[in-house]
Ligand binder design. Structure first.
Ligand code: CTP
Length: 412
């Protein structure tokens, strides 16, 4: 993926408490800075037993705060100064002991002190637990995690898997890349909060015989970017994906299919359980009328085999025709006359919005240019021409959808 600056202008206080996962926080600082954020690291005494402040200073470009008694603070109020300039405080790793402290509102060293002193309405607290599985599953820790959530903090993870102690289970800190994505998502406006969004993505594969088939160049990147943007905007997302080689965006329920018929059969029963349906998939229009049971062999034949094609169902049109249809958005991949073709599809499929793009220019790429077309108007995204990263376009499209659906969060 291209270099992104999703945290530009954001100032993060990154708190480290005692745990072997501290070594991962070095990578996390690097990622936060790379994403455009400024990072002030605060370390407890226990954290400094695992990784030195020198490492964290070198990576963040700022002296690490370790004590509330630092005489270099002019007003001697490090806890106030640090928490007033932060856009968010992320404690990663958060030990079981530190979570207990937060839950009780204790403040006997700098990090817990500044968490307690933060202005809660504008400086959110996110915690990424990291501990042995027995410690995590202990009722006391579970109680504390619940208290933190009830108090308005966001508990990220933990992950399940191998632990430093050799055991396997819940308690690993989320990977740095995941924590970065969680933080970026946290800052996105929740314009689709509570909405259920269904998305199709990628190509379909229509089998000719057990080893061959008909497919197309769709990479699925636009659909996957839309799924990620929808989750970031607060939606519950189901993604029905054709054969693509892409990781599932965090928080997305993914259903893998191969053919247009499978995609149709997966989508139709789900459609009315969703508020929005976005069809980005490049569905094959035709499939071989019959499937050869075995590989079609050359066997010295000079004449190429021929096979009949039969039309696939139009998934988008079928969803749009349902009595209780969700808000339907189509995609039109064209090679010329984008506006005319896109509007013709809008009318033919009886949908309120279609997004045109030039297929050959966008398939497989990280950027795209969109043309939003409804019955009476059209407008470009990005607004002033050129192309933009697919994730940025996906976020803009989610906002556009929320406005068109007159969702309260998008109108305020
Ligand atoms: N679509 C669909 N099911 C199909 C074909 C298309 O759901 N069998 C959806 C696509 O996901 C996209 C929109 O319809 O959102 C436009 O698809 P496209 O193939 O470009 O349109 P067609 O109607 O097939 O027109 P043509 O192939 O002639 O361009």
């Amino acid at each position: 993926m291209s270099e992104r600056s999703d945290l530009l202008g954001k100032h993060i206080v990154l708190g480290l408490t005692g745990g072997i996962a501290c070594y991962k926080s070095a990578e996390l600082v690097r990622l936060l800075v790379k994403a455009g954020g400024t990072v002030q690291v605060v370390m407890t005494e226990a954290a400094q037993a695992f990784i030195t402040p020198v490492t964290m200073q070198a990576l963040s470009g700022r002296a690490v705060a370790t004590s509330q008694w630092d005489v270099r603070e002019a007003n001697n109020m490090a806890h106030i100064n640090l928490s007033r300039e932060a856009d968010a405080i992320l404690v990663a790793p958060a030990s079981a002991d530190f979570m207990a402290k937060l839950a009780q509102g204790r403040a006997d060293e700098l990090l817990s002190l500044l968490c307690l002193a933060r202005p809660r309405e504008r400086c959110p607290l996110l915690v990424a637990p990291a501990m042995n599985r027995e410690m995590w599953s202990h009722p006391a820790t579970q109680r504390n995690a619940q208290i933190l959530s009830d108090d308005g903090s966001l508990v990220l993870g933990p992950d399940c898997g191998d632990q430093a102690c050799g055991e396997v289970g819940d308690g690993r800190m989320l990977e740095p890349q995941t924590l970065l994505e969680e933080l970026i998502a946290f800052f996105q406006p929740k314009v689709l909060r509570g909405q259920r969004v269904l998305i199709t993505a990628g190509p379909t594969f229509e089998s000719i015989d057990p080893v061959r088939g008909i497919t197309n160049h769709s990479s699925g990147k636009m659909g996957f970017a839309l799924a990620r943007a929808a989750v970031e905007a607060g939606a519950v997302v189901t993604l029905v994906a054709g054969p693509v080689n892409l990781p599932t965006p965090r928080g997305v329920r993914r259903i893998d299919v191969m053919s247009a018929l499978q995609m149709h059969d997966a989508v139709l029963p789900l459609a009315t359980q969703h508020d929005v349906f976005v069809a980005t998939a490049a569905v094959a229009d035709w499939r071989p009328a019959s499937l050869s049971q075995h590989k079609i062999k050359k066997e010295g034949k000079k004449v190429a085999p021929t096979f009949e094609l039969t039309e696939n169902p139009d998934i988008l049109a079928a969803v749009a025709a349902l009595p209780d249809a969700p808000y339907c958005v189509g995609f039109a991949a064209e090679s010329e006359h984008l506006l005319e073709h896109a509007r013709a599809k809008l009318l033919r499929k009886r949908i309120p919005l279609i997004v045109g793009n030039l297929g050959p220019a966008t398939f497989g790429r990280d950027d795209n240019a969109l043309l939003l077309v409804d019955a009476t108007e059209h407008r470009e995204l990005p607004e002033h021409g050129g192309t933009a990263d697919k994730l940025d376009l996906a976020r803009a499209l989610m906002l556009e959808l929320a406005r068109r659906m007159k969702l309260p969060a998008a109108l305020s």
